[in-house]
Design a protein around this ligand. Structure first.
Ligand code: SF4
Length: 230
């Protein structure tokens, strides 16, 4: 089997065994406006990270450093799954890299808690509101984890407030979630393979907050159209 390699022209996409594998975070962007993916990663439009994005990256790095200071165990995910089952204990892993060519996703999971009877996949976000895009991204992590490590116990997705550590949303993944995710993943794959065009959002309020609009880089911004009619 081949190693995954970076796509030659689409930033962020990997290729393994002839299959395109895109970043799991794109599922969240797709729920917000998939035209962002087209602009930044296919057309190559450059935009600056927002202050919130820079702060988010720093906070995640801090959480990872804190975790490394506390960690006492070493081993593979499979070994931890086995030990959790036998010893009836839980293990916490942080920044777990997953590359799942069948599912079509790759990324790093903020935190994985391996319990004796279920695995919890945690995504740390600023705030307590689980938006549809956040949930879609979490299911993406759950699917990729399952393809990579195949636990025969339930997988639960959780969104946690990265500042208060409050579990704001948590749900067990079901076949219905998987089917909905398959459709979402196929849509993004269609954009990558140019079988379909990325659709811009129909909501001007999303455009107003979008960095492609605020940095003047989107030709389909509804906020732009609204301003021009004033
Ligand atoms: S400005 Fe609007 S249409 Fe353009 S990428 Fe942002 S959200 Fe999408």
């Amino acid at each position: 089997m081949e190693e995954a390699v970076w796509h030659q022209s689409i930033q962020g996409v990997m290729v393994k065994d002839g299959k395109n594998i895109f970043p799991i975070s794109w599922l969240s962007r797709q729920a917000y406006c998939e035209y962002q993916i087209f602009l930044e990663n296919i057309k190559g439009v450059k935009v600056w990270d927002t202050k919130e994005m820079v702060t988010g990256t720093k906070k995640h790095e801090k959480l990872f450093e804190e975790h490394k200071e506390k960690a006492t165990e070493e081993g593979s995910v499979e070994e931890f799954l086995e030990r959790a089952r036998k010893e009836k204990v839980s293990f916490v892993l942080r920044e777990l890299r997953v590359i799942a060519p069948e599912t079509g996703l790759h990324g790093s999971i903020d935190e994985v808690v391996i319990n004796p009877t279920y695995v919890e996949i945690i995504d740390d976000k600023p705030g307590d509101t689980a938006w549809p895009g956040n949930i879609r991204q979490i299911w993406g992590y759950c699917l990729a984890f399952r393809e990579c490590h195949g636990p025969d116990i339930p997988v639960v997705g959780t969104m946690r407030n990265r500042d208060t550590r409050n579990r704001a949303w948590t749900e067990r993944m079901t076949p219905e979630h998987e089917q909905a995710m398959k459709e979402a993943i196929d849509r993004v794959r269609g954009i990558i393979s140019e079988e379909r065009e990325a659709e811009p959002t129909a909501q001007a309020n999303k455009c107003r907050k979008c960095r492609f609009h605020t940095q003047g880089k989107c030709d389909r911004s509804l906020a732009l159209a609204a301003n021009q009619h004033i």
